[in-house]
Design a protein around this ligand. Structure first.
Ligand code: ASP
Length: 585
């Protein structure tokens, strides 16, 4: 080894030891008679000390070192006179006796510090330098620990890690595929897998019974902060299990990761049906770190606390519902206007906000006082279980749209009230998703999860009469409003799979040409099976307290899907195109 210790290792107990360290020059300071250098490696920073009086030449050599030069130094460990107890190595420094420059460096385009002066684009271009920064490096270390602990846990439960191919067949369901032209089979294309779904099911047919893989998946979708064209899943499948077995097994994985990686002990996870999640939180991934459950003042077939007062907005609405924001009755006109503007933004799309203040002195005041007397408002307050000092915010209109808007408002209020602490964790399982989703544009049903998801046995008959009402044996794991994973019990019966394709509008031929291999496999003794996949990057970013998965991927793409460091995607040569028999139009 070129070093005896790392830059994060030395403590006061090492005093007087002779050591050799290697690392990058983070910063140097000249204080007349002395020069100090912070030497950095993956493990930390150690202060080097050069004394002008006793080691003039060495000191001058140190003063000529540029930022990010790679050096090796030998010297003895000494107690610092000016200790920095915030740093693990802050009690000591190295009195350097020899420096060797292992490599020089150009001036880095941004400072390699926690608070860097570099913008996003430049840091992406020089990602290898960004990765030297402690914050980014810590994220990559966290990711490693997550992967190791996932393997440890699943290994103890007899799961086998099995690789599945990257060059597979394109299928039109789900997101758009990335495709790869085949040189040996001209005019034909592979697709990169959006997930190993069909392969893991085939592994169950093979009898492997418990499979997992920490695997790259590819989806050609528009990007957002929590999406990358290539991302990683913890992909799992089990045979001879019920939904309950799967929930228990993977709740166990989550608890293990929380404990070993985050040092957090959690209780049993909450569970909620999809229907309730939509009714009470307007979202299939509710953030349950806080309450603010929706209360309906008017809903189809249920009560109506708004009727008979000639307020047309409520009278014409299918739904009137809202949230109660605790201790917000003192909100000013300006703050209420801000909230109104917020929910009227085109991405949220509500038409207006109605408010009611339950003042500290017990009086009630609303933006619809013209229509509703204090007696009516009292009923509203009771429905919300509101207390003096609370503010009720209401939205009216189409049920689905109003709930969605309320969901955004609920999150906005929670942020304002400081209820979204990234170090508090509220995991829950969302159960009983609808099997199908109707798309008005193409006038057909799509599988909400994927076409291999099993309907709940008691709902199978509805496939013929009311497909939209069929619930699936499907579940999502949601933590703090983030969908961390999802899965389902699969269809393992050929007839039911046929039926499913039929409902999805596949002709017999299309189903055969696309999924024939799976349906054929199911003729050879497919066991009952089910599984789940977790968004590994998302889970890492959740643990790291960030919303940007990019920060947890060593070499991510930017938000137009480019790798600006290697400059991809890029054109290919005429020769390559010719070889592939591809003509660009
Ligand atoms: N393959 C599914 C997905 O990527 C997960 C699963 O059903 O296991 O969403």
């Amino acid at each position: 080894m070129l070093r005896t210790h790392t830059c994060g290792e030395l403590r006061i107990q090492h005093q007087n030891e002779k050591v050799t360290l290697c690392g990058w020059v983070q910063r140097s300071r000249d204080l007349g008679g002395m020069t100090f250098i912070d030497l950095r490696d993956r493990y930390g920073i150690t202060q080097l000390m050069f004394n002008m009086e006793t080691h003039k030449e060495l000191c001058e050599q140190a003063r000529n070192l540029g930022r990010e030069f790679v050096i090796s130094v030998t010297g003895s460990v000494a107690e610092r006179s000016n200790k920095n107890l915030k740093m693990p190595t802050g009690e000591i420094e190295i009195i350097v006796e020899n420096i060797e420059v292992l490599n020089t460096s150009l001036l880095p385009p941004f400072t390699i510090e926690d608070n860097t002066d570099g913008g996003d684009e430049i840091r992406m271009k020089y990602r290898y330098l960004d990765l030297r920064r402690t914050t980014v490096k810590n994220n990559i270390e966290l990711r490693h620990r997550m992967a190791i602990e996932t393997r440890n846990y699943l290994n103890t439960l007899n799961f086998l890690e099995i690789e599945t191919p990257f060059l597979i067949k394109s299928t039109p369901e789900g997101a758009r595929d990335f495709v790869v032209p085949s040189r040996m089979n001209q005019g034909e294309f592979y697709a990169l897998p959006q997930s190993p779904q069909t392969f893991k099911q085939l592994l169950m047919v093979s009898g492997f019974d418990r499979y997992f893989q920490i695997v790259r998946c590819f989806r050609d979708e528009d990007l957002r902060a929590d999406r990358q064209p290539e991302f990683t899943q913890i992909d799992c499948e089990m045979s001879f299990v019920t939904q309950e077995d799967i929930l228990q097994t993977f709740e166990g994985l989550a608890l293990h990761l929380f404990k070993t990686v985050k040092g957090v002990e959690l209780n049993k996870f909450d569970r909620i049906t999809y229907a309730d999640a939509m009714k009470f939180y307007g979202s299939d991934k509710p953030d349950l770190r806080f309450g603010m459950k929706f209360v309906e003042l008017k809903s189809e077939g249920e009560k109506n606390l708004t009727a008979g007062k000639n307020f047309v907005v409520f009278d014409n609405a299918e739904y009137v519902g809202g949230i109660c924001a605790q201790s917000c009755s003192e909100y000013t006109r300006k703050q209420l206007d801000e909230l109104t503007d917020f929910i009227k933004k085109p991405q949220i799309g509500a038409t207006g906000l109605i408010w009611m203040k339950y003042n500290q002195d017990g009086t009630l005041k609303s933006s619809v006082d013209k229509f509703y007397a204090e007696e009516d408002l009292k009923q509203w307050a009771a429905a919300f279980d509101a207390k003096p000092g609370d503010l009720i915010l209401l939205i009216a209109g189409d049920t689905h749209k109003s709930r969605k808007a309320l969901s955004e408002l609920r999150l906005e209020m929670a942020s304002r009230l400081g209820f979204r602490n990234p170090e508090v964790f509220a995991p829950l399982w969302v159960l009983d998703f609808p099997l199908l989703e109707f798309d008005a544009e193409s006038n057909r049903f799509y599988a909400m999860h994927h076409p291999f998801t099993s309907p709940k046995p008691e709902d199978i008959a509805l496939l013929d009469t009311n497909p939209a009402a069929v619930r699936a044996n499907a579940y999502d794991l949601v933590i703090n409003g983030v969908e961390i994973g999802g899965g389902s019990i699969r269809i393992h019966n050929k007839e039911l799979q046929h039926k499913m394709f039929q409902v999805l509008g596949f002709t017999e031929e299309l189903a055969q040409s696309q999924f024939g291999f799976l349906m054929n496999a199911f003729e050879f003794g497919a066991p009952p099976h089910g599984g789940v996949a977790f968004g590994f990057d998302r889970w890492c970013s959740l643990f790291g307290g960030s919303e940007t998965i990019r920060d947890f991927i060593a070499f991510p793409k930017n938000n137009t899907g480019r790798d600006v460091m290697v400059d991809a995607p890029s054109t290919i040569s005429e020769e390559q195109l010719k070889e592939l028999n591809i003509k660009l139009v």
